[in-house]
Every structure is written in C-alpha cells, then in structure tokens.
Design a protein around this ligand. Structure first.
Ligand code: SF4
Length: 196
C-alpha cells in the first residue's frame, strides 16, 4: 500500500480566490506537454481519495471554511502544497479587505512553491517534494516546517480623510446627481405624450 501511494500520489486541487494564473499552469501539468500522470500523479475530485492537497489563490473569509472542510475530509497522512505567492501570503490580494492571507493561517502547509505563477516544472517539483514528505509522515519521521519563499511587504497606510477631500467628494457627487437629473428631464421632454 505504501509503495502504491509513493508511486501514485492522488492530488486534489482547491482554488481559493485567484487570478486563475496558477490554476492554468497547474492544469498545464496535466496536459500531454508536461504529462504529470506519467509519474503516477492522479488528479481526483474527491478529497476523501486524495493524499496531496494543492491550493492556489489567497484565502478569504468566505472560503476559509470550505478550505478547512476539504482538508479535514482527507485521510491521514496528508500533505498540503501551496502553489504560488497568493497561498503563501495573500500575494497581490494581501491588502484586500476580505483576504485572510496565507493558507497557513487556516490549515498547515508542507510545501511552498514560489512564483506568480510558478512554472509547471516548479509545480511538479513541489508535488514530488510532497510525496517525500508524505512518506516521512507515514513512517512517523519528523518533518521540517516549510520555508516561506517570499517576504511580506506591507504598503503604506491610506491617508486619512481631510475636510477638503470630503468637500471635494460631496461636490463631485452633487454635480453627478445634477447631471443625471438634467438628463432625465431632457428624456422626459422628448417623450411623446401618451394618448388618453
Ligand atoms: S500567485 Fe500570481 S498567478 Fe498565482 S493566483 Fe496569485 S496572482 Fe495569480
């Protein structure tokens, strides 16, 4: 059984919330060009059948529960591979109001594959690393925590609203409302009176 899993890891893919760049690259691994199945890797749809969870995209407050649910359904031992910058830190979406950040804030991550998006070759390397970790977990050996491949850099805080900015916004809104009202009045004037 151990040998079978080592030779043929079953992988389930979960996309949290991404630009789909990583998903396209991951699907490219399954095409005849890269043909990851020649290494025995099987892409499955049911987490209960999977040994490796591949996550793409940044986790948000809505899908973090789904991600945790998918992870919990997988049988032990299992390995999580975070593909790309988004599941590592939130990536370019890190500062969005609904984004939690990296996948490791919801479930434990075993392998980080750097890139935005990573190349299919790097993704295949990540899966092969995951198989090694899976074997270690099965044998009860210690597994080193993964190294985060990117540095988290926070942008400057947005400036606070000043009275001048608030006045400009209010004036722009009033101007837009007046233009809309004028346009509607013009349309009504052009309408032919209805026959009574
Ligand atoms: S890491 Fe880059 S390519 Fe991948 S989902 Fe995020 S933004 Fe898109």
């Amino acid at each position: 059984m151990s040998k079978a899993i080592k030779k043929s890891p079953w992988v389930v893919h979960f996309n949290c919330n991404s630009c789909n760049g990583c998903d396209i690259e991951f699907l490219a691994c399954l095409t005849p060009t890269y043909d990851v199945e020649r290494f025995g890797v099987l892409h499955v749809g049911n987490p209960k059948h999977a040994d490796v969870l591949v996550v793409t995209g940044s986790v948000n407050h809505r899908n973090k529960h789904v991600l945790k649910n998918v992870y919990d359904q997988m049988p032990e031992p299992k390995v999580v591979v975070a593909m790309g910058a988004c599941p590592a830190t939130g990536g370019i979406f890190a500062d969005c109001y609904n984004v939690v950040g990296g996948v490791n804030q919801v479930i434990p991550v075993d392998v980080h594959v750097p890139g935005c998006p990573p190349k299919p070759e790097a993704m295949m390397d990540g899966i092969i690393e995951a198989v090694g970790i899976l074997e270690k977990k099965r044998n009860g050996e210690a597994v080193n925590p993964p190294v985060l491949p990117v540095k988290v850099v926070k942008g400057p805080e947005a400036p606070a609203m000043t009275p001048e900015m608030a006045a400009k916004i209010a004036a722009a809104k009033a101007k837009a409302a007046a233009a809309k009202a004028a346009a509607e009045a013009g349309n009504n004037a052009n309408e032919e009176p209805k026959a009574v």
